[in-house]
Write a protein that binds this ligand. Structure first.
Ligand code: NAD
Length: 556
């Protein structure tokens, strides 16, 4: 055990910002890179003053004392040491070895029989755990830059499947402009369509107008719809918000002759008390009721979520494509008595599984220099390496002008199994040669090929019924430790507590030759175990891919 004390200075900063440039504050770039990722996560958060990052209560550190202790430890961490994080609190530094992770984190994990909302809230209130979401406590949050390409891909796939391959002239209705949901309007407009997003919090709308995620916002549905219709009829893309409750808006369209071309939702329905807002309340009234009478709040939330899903089901029966977008909206309604809630399909098997089955998924590189020029060099490298990947090239041409930079410049790209390794090797070379001015952090969402077991999302409807098998994310995390990722995290999460198990990882590309070996290991096994997981379940795309890949799987 290291003898450095685990507590650092105790003052709370007014503002956390990710350091930029080439100056090191830590003993090596692997530690510095992780520190910048932590700072960047907080800087991009929805309520940084409370260390709340996204997904209603997703948190980056236990409290400010823990934050300062983490910073202190990272600054003093040697190249052969590993910092251990327990639900946002640094608990130890051990001597490991240079090829081992510099940070390992376990967050929000409860013993299965005790993994329920009441027990979790009790432990959280006691200060013993935090809700780590996916990328909050694994320090890989990059604002909506992270989810943007996945959202772009999802709406693109939706157009392919349901809208004759083209979003032009069509309106997508959705809800929620939070950390993740705000990627929806630009993603729809990048596909050529018009997005109408119902959001109850005017401050969130104002923020997304400022950041360029939205073109305009309206207070009445009539005005909003008229604008969307006019824009769509001209065949032009658009991104609009209506300040309203998403359930009310869905009900309106279920009864009206006006119909959107598709309907989904990304309000924080996974948390009916702290995330989702009941109908009939402004955001201030909702906050006051949550504080004064949480039981009534919860009852009203349940009532609204049921109305919300019933309206989506009605729209579906009228021929409008509807899908759940990973926020457990259906689960929340089902638990409150909407027995056919799961007739609304999930975006995962509909649009994403065929990619995950062959190890294709969202990697993102974060330019630790903070220099947009470095981002341009990295984008160019990706286009040169994969000239035949049409989706990737379209995305990389649109992204620089359409994806607002939040904090450190970052780019998310969905890369195939072998392409991940190839791209990371190239980026490491560009750092080594100085063409990129400082190291790069490469990370990914937990929402990836082999990283998550979540029966109501990532693993819903697996062909062999193995949706709730939780072994795979543990295997993923262990393989990433063995491969030498710089940060490895294992979380429980998923709608309500106990809903999922997932693993995250980050690798710092510092340009060193030994990093190339770690790249080869991690970017092979990380997507590789995903291919295995899907092939094992009998997903046809994975079985076919496994036969022609270099992965030695399918052993029995
Ligand atoms: P967030 O808490 O930052 O934002 C949620 C937004 O919804 C807030 O702005 C809130 O004001 C608004 N809202 C809540 N109830 C509303 C209602 N009834 N009507 C209108 N607006 C309402 O959450 P986020 O990070 O944007 O995530 C949104 C949801 O998506 C979460 O449930 C999260 O778990 C899920 N999620 C999905 C994916 C995916 O891959 N699809 C990825 C990450 C998160």
């Amino acid at each position: 055990m290291n003898d450095t004390p685990l507590a650092g200075p105790q003052t709370r900063p007014n503002e956390v910002r990710a350091a930029e440039g080439t100056e090191l504050r830590c003993l090596g770039w692997r530690q510095e890179g992780i520190l910048r990722m932590l700072e960047n996560t907080i800087a991009n958060g929805e309520r940084p003053e409370d260390l709340i990052i996204y997904g209603s209560t997703g948190q980056a550190a236990r409290n400010w004392e823990s934050y300062h202790a983490i910073v202190h430890q990272l600054k003093n961490l040697k190249d052969d040491e590993t910092l251990v994080m327990q639900s946002g609190k640094p608990v130890a530094v051990f001597r490991s070895h240079t090829g081992a992770p510099r940070v390992m984190a376990a967050t929000s994990n409860l013993v299965p029989r005790h993994a329920n909302r009441e027990e979790f809230d009790r432990l959280r209130e006691e200060g013993l755990t935090i809700h780590g979401q996916y990328t909050a406590a694994s320090w890989a949050y990059i604002g909506s830059q992270g989810i943007m390409q996945g959202t772009y891909e999802t709406f693109g796939a939706c157009a392919q499947k349901f809208l004759d391959g083209d979003f032009t002239g069509k309106i997508a209705l959705t809800g929620g402009l939070g950390g993740m949901g705000s990627a929806q309007p630009p993603a729809v407009s990048m596909n050529g369509g018009v997005a109408l997003v119902a959001e109850i919090d005017p401050a969130r709308i104002a923020r997304r107008l400022d950041t360029g995620h939205l073109d305009a916002a309206f207070d009445t549905l009539e005005e909003a719809w008229a604008q969307c219709r006019a824009q769509a009829d001209r065949g032009e893309p658009g991104a609009y918000a209506i300040c309203a409750n998403a359930a009310d808006v869905c009900e309106h369209f279920a009864e009206s002759d006006d119909k959107p071309a598709c309907v989904t939702d990304q309000t924080s329905a996974h948390n009916l008390l702290f995330g989702y807002v009941p109908s009939g309340l402004t955001i201030e009234e909702a906050r006051a009721l949550r504080e004064s009478d949480p039981d009534t709040y919860l009852e009203r939330s349940k009532d609204t979520v049921c109305r919300h899903v019933r309206a989506m089901l009605k729209l579906q029966s009228q021929g409008v494509p509807v899908f759940e977008y990973g926020n457990d909206l259906r689960g929340a309604a089902f638990d409150s008595g909407v027995t056919d809630a799961f007739d609304v399909p999930s975006f995962m098997p509909l649009f994403i599984r065929p990619s995950f089955a062959r190890g294709r998924g969202p990697v993102r590189w974060v330019l630790l220099s903070g220099d947009v020029k470095d981002q341009q060099v990295a984008d160019q490298a990706a286009m040169e390496l994969f000239p035949d990947d049409v989706l990737l090239n379209t995305w990389l041409k649109l992204a620089p002008e359409r994806v607002p930079i939040e904090g450190l410049p970052a780019r998310t790209c969905w890369l195939e199994y072998g392409a991940r390794r190839k791209m990371m090797r190239r980026l490491n070379d560009l750092v080594a040669s100085g063409e990129i001015s400082a190291p790069i952090a490469v990370t990914r969402d937990h929402l990836d090929s082999g990283a998550t077991a979540f029966p109501r999302r990532e693993t819903e409807g697996m062909p062999d019924g193995s949706d709730a098998i939780g072994d795979w994310p543990y295997l993923n995390a262990m393989l990433n430790v063995a491969g030498g990722a710089d940060m490895v995290a294992i979380h429980q999460n998923g709608g309500d507590i106990g809903g999922s198990i997932s693993a995250g990882m980050t690798v710092i590309l510092d340009g060193k030759p030994e990093t190339a070996d770690r790249i080869d290991r991690v970017f092979t096994t990380d997507p590789g175990i995903g291919v295995i997981r899907h092939a094992d379940a009998g997903v046809p795309e994975a079985e076919a891919f496994l036969k022609q890949s270099d992965i030695r799987g399918g052993l029995v």
